[in-house]
Ligand binder design. Structure first.
Ligand code: NAD
Ligand code: TYD
Length: 352
């Protein structure tokens, strides 16, 4: 069936994988990638689909109600998959208001514009909000997991802003009958991950023989999911998730930061032809992150049971693939560190 879907944040890490999947898998859909191209947006993530006839890029900021309204009037989407966000916890500690603007106000703008467009004809429409497990707060090392009914208990400005946006999405469902669905996912890893996040940062630092900063004692635990598995879950939930429902997505793959980094160091030693143990000498313990959540772990059994999704890769295999991608795409990282990636839009999309 023909559909127009606006994917927000499609130039970012997860968004670019979702755009690629939808453009390739659904040639009958028109996919509109709506992204403001902040520091985290990189259109070079999507060069392989940029010329596909069912793909359009629109530069717009979700905090700008008028601009979003104009885009929705022009494209009249049947569906929205909303990934655009400020996503880095450390940045939220230094600049919480950027997170409030984009994650809270931006989400509310999208909800309201979609509600106005779909007023009186919600049938067949869907607003899918992509969220995080961080809204649930922190777990002890006690073997419990986040389930969909776990009480929200955010600690960082990032997770507080994502929690707030989740509440607004549910409020638009309950108040206006908006056809919404939400998913809360654990930490993603894979290709095109901006090199300020733990795994790509460590890969880049190891390659250049620079210190690998480990916050605190490295005992914090995260549940890592390969980004393509997240994109597949988004596809399944967008098409078959129940209206008004929430689905947790996770890798069932818990690692302390220090064990993860030791595994990464040993993969890098092998790939770079270094003696075993060489890269691990770069591990450097630094001051802990303020309010650092101890453990995240997702129970994704509802998604597996009801919609038939499951993660496809073992972590060692996914991490090795990720390292291979970064080593084969050094120019991608170099263009981010030099800032050159930010000129791509002007060169490709405007005649300047
Ligand atoms: P990212 O930071 O890599 O990308 C965010 C994208 O949103 C960028 O392309 C950026 O240009 C765009 N954007 C930011 N502000 C915007 C604005 N005001 N208007 C329009 N576009 C804007 O983020 P990511 O890691 O790909 O995360 C995507 C979504 O998934 C986020 O909503 C995040 O909360 C959620 N999530 C991420 C993870 C993870 O591990 N990365 C895990 C669970 C959920
Ligand atoms: P990050 O990739 O920022 O994701 P999140 O904070 O959303 O979980 O961090 C993953 C874990 O790694 C988190 O426990 C913080 C830690 N960390 C470090 O120890 N050193 C670093 O340089 C970074 C960026 C993160």
């Amino acid at each position: 069936m023909k559909k127009t879907i606006i994917i927000t944040g499609g130039a970012g890490f997860i968004g670019s994988h979702v755009v690629r999947l939808f453009v390739n898998k659904y040639p009958e859909y028109q996919i509109v990638n709506l992204d403001a191209l902040t520091y985290a947006g990189n259109l070079e993530n999507l060069t392989d689909v940029a010329n596909c006839p069912n793909y359009t890029f629109v530069k717009a900021d979700i905090t700008d109600y008028e601009a979003i309204s104009a885009v929705f009037s022009q494209y009249k989407p049947d569906g929205v998959i909303h990934l655009a966000a400020e996503s880095h916890v450390d940045r939220s500690i230094t600049d919480p208001f950027a997170f409030i603007r984009t994650n809270v106000m931006g989400t509310c703008n999208l909800l309201h514009v979609a509600k106005e467009l779909w007023k009186g004809q919600m049938e067949g429409k869907r607003f899918y909000h992509i969220s995080t497990d961080e809204v649930y707060g922190a777990l002890e090392k006690d073997g419990t997991f986040f389930v969909e009914t776990t009480k929200y208990d955010p600690h960082s400005p990032y997770s507080a802003s994502k929690s707030s946006s989740d509440h607004f999405v549910r409020a638009y469902h309950d108040t206006y009958g908006m056809p919404v669905v939400i998913s809360n996912c654990s930490n993603n890893y894979g290709s095109h991950h901006f090199p300020e996040k733990l795994i790509p940062l460590a890969i880049n630092n190891i390659k250049h023989n620079r210190p690998i900063p480990i916050y605190g004692k490295g005992e914090n635990i995260r549940d890592w999911l390969f980004v393509d598995d997240h994109a597949r879950a988004i596809d399944v939930i967008f098409h078959t998730g129940k209206d008004g429902d929430t689905y947790n997505i996770g890798g069932n793959n818990e690692w302390t930061n220090i064990d993860l980094i030791r595994l990464l160091c040993s993969i890098m030693d092998r790939k770079l032809g270094r003696a075993e143990g060489e890269s691990a000498k770069l591990i450097t313990y630094v001051t802990d992150r303020a309010g650092h959540d101890l453990r995240y772990a997702i129970d994704s059994s509802k998604l597996q049971r009801e919609l038939g999704w499951k993660p496809s890769l073992q972590f060692e295999e996914g991490l090795e693939k990720t390292v291979d991608w970064y080593l084969a795409n050094e120019a991608w990282v170099d263009r981010i560190t030099s800032g050159a990636y930010q000129q791509y839009y002007e060169k490709q999309y405007t005649n300047r």
